[in-house]
Design a protein around this ligand. Structure first.
Ligand code: ADP
Length: 484
């Protein structure tokens, strides 16, 4: 699950051997005719290797710590910041090197790092992929909520968290769902997005490219160029938006079991290179122009979706609401209306029409090796509580348009995260039906959020929240005695 280099397009274009060409902008043109001729395919496929290496941190320079830490005044030598064939090499770690780094850091800062473990971690597994300049690892406890009865199967859901009550509360939600016959989910959409920004000399030229991309006659050619980048990435659509003479093209593609940021970026780069044949005046400003939109709250994700869009529902019987959740249907419906709907509207929420979806999303993401920064849009959720069966029972649903998960790539291959994926039965690539492991994981995330919403909302309705937090989430340690 690759991280994409931030929108440092200038770095990107100047450092990328296979990166998008920057072309001189042509003189102002008044022509409004769009280039309708179907562009010819390039004679040889673009080397995905060259552009891959420029877009992916997974192939970015891997730095070894001691030289940097050995320098006076904490200066980083330029050679460590600029990719070069030498430092692009992935150097294996030795335990001695790591221990030296840690010791140097403590000496340099004068701060103790006692408590940050160094031993018992497979540093080779993060090499060139997950973390640079390691000095240890942070421990986060993993709790289990479940079984969650979802779509006819039971799941024990791993949650990595330090928030007391969270696992217990989600577990109570799972119990209420189980006793009511289980939850069911529907995957509405599955497509990762990436939106480069390109600039022309005029808005007219930007519009010509927009029309070209939206012309169904060109789609086949564009998807052929895009799909060359991977066995799994398949172009679904290109949605365009214009700001003056700048064009934002939101590519969407399926990505198999990968979360897909690396995959889609490679495909997009192929298309940009290809478009330059017919639009040589196109100035590629950045392969990510924020219309994607990755790791930022954005209406485009809330409305159009990003990654997996899932709706998950259950009918909780009135008896279970009373005996397990300690409240009643009417109170829950009213609280949901005033808090999650009206209250969030008053706050001007963007995708935040829920009680605490991000709590569950983050905990499951950390446990299963997802990118926790994508919690931003993955937690977009509208929670609905509606009375059914003449007001006796509760229909509860969560609709989550942007769940970004994968079961291959990035942190998913690390030992502990991989074990958590294994527990859910979604470890690695699904050999029979590529993408079905990642899709199943997305539905489990939504099901777990459903459980979490049910339980927290019930605690609020019953006025239990403060009491349970005082019991489970209150440190008994005297924090004033903890020195830095
Ligand atoms: P991301 O695109 O999420 O950043 P990576 O590029 O890190 O993910 O990892 C995806 C890699 O895994 C690709 O090289 C891809 O070819 C490979 N792969 C193997 N099996 C699958 C599968 N079932 N679905 C998606 N990718 C797969």
């Amino acid at each position: 699950m690759g991280y994409f280099l931030p929108s440092s397009s200038r770095w990107f274009t100047s450092c990328s051997p296979g990166g998008a060409r920057r072309s001189a902008t042509p003189p102002l043109s008044t022509s409004s005719t769009s280039p309708r001729s179907s562009p010819s395919l390039p004679s040889s496929p673009h080397s995905s290797t060259s552009s891959d290496s420029s877009v992916s941190i997974s192939s970015s320079p891997f730095f070894v710590l001691p030289p940097m830490f050995g320098l006076p005044k904490m200066m980083t030598p330029p050679s460590l910041l600029t990719p070069s064939p030498k430092n692009m090499m992935r150097r294996p770690f030795s335990r001695r090197t790591l221990a030296k780094s840690l010791a140097a850091l403590q000496r340099m800062t004068g701060k103790s790092l006692a408590g940050l473990p160094l031993e018992n971690f497979d540093y080779e597994s993060i090499l060139g992929q997950c973390c640079e300049m390691p000095i240890g690892y942070v421990q986060i406890p993993v709790g289990i909520a479940g079984p969650l009865f979802l779509d006819g199967r039971e799941y024990m859901v791993p949650m990595a968290t330090t928030e007391g009550c969270l696992v217990a509360s989600t577990n109570r939600g799972c119990k209420a769902i189980n006793l009511s016959g289980g939850a069911s989910s529907v995957l509405l959409r599955d497509g990762m997005t990436r939106a480069p920004v390109v600039r022309f000399a005029t808005a007219q030229r930007a519009a010509q490219l927009k029309f070209f991309l939206e012309d169904p006659e060109n789609y086949e050619t564009l998807s052929m160029v895009f799909n060359r980048s991977s066995r799994f990435g398949r172009l679904q659509s290109i949605k365009c938006a214009i700001a003056g003479k700048n064009l934002y093209m939101r590519f969407s593609c399926s990505t198999g079991d990968a979360m897909g940021m690396n995959m889609i970026s490679k495909g997009v780069q192929n298309v940009l290179d290809f478009l330059q044949n017919d639009f040589p005046d196109m100035d590629v400003i950045g392969i990510s122009g924020n219309f994607c939109s990755d790791k930022k709250p954005a209406a485009v994700n809330w409305i159009e979706g990003r990654g997996k869009s899932v709706v998950c529902e259950a009918i909780i019987s009135g008896d279970v609401v009373r005996t397990v959740l300690k409240t009643n249907v009417e109170a829950l419906v009213e609280l949901n209306m005033l808090k999650n709907l009206a209250g969030s509207a008053m706050a001007g929420a963007l995708g935040g029409f829920n009680a605490h979806a991000s709590n569950i999303v983050s905990a499951v993401y950390i446990a299963t090796g997802q990118d926790p920064a994508q919690n931003v849009e993955s937690s977009h959720c509208i929670t609905m509580f509606e009375a059914v069966n003449d007001g006796k029972d509760l229909h509860v649903s969560v609709t989550m348009p942007s769940i970004e998960v994968g079961t291959v790539g990035g942190g998913t291959q690390l030992a502990s995260q991989s074990a958590c994926l294994n527990l859910l039965g979604v470890k690695g690539a699904n050999r029979e039906a590529a993408g079905s492991n990642a899709r199943l994981l997305a539905t489990i995330v939504a099901g777990s959020v459903l459980a979490g919403e049910l339980s927290l909302m019930s605690a609020l309705a019953a006025g239990q929240l403060v009491r349970s937090h005082m019991k489970y989430n209150r440190s008994s340690k005297d924090v004033s005695k903890i020195s830095s």
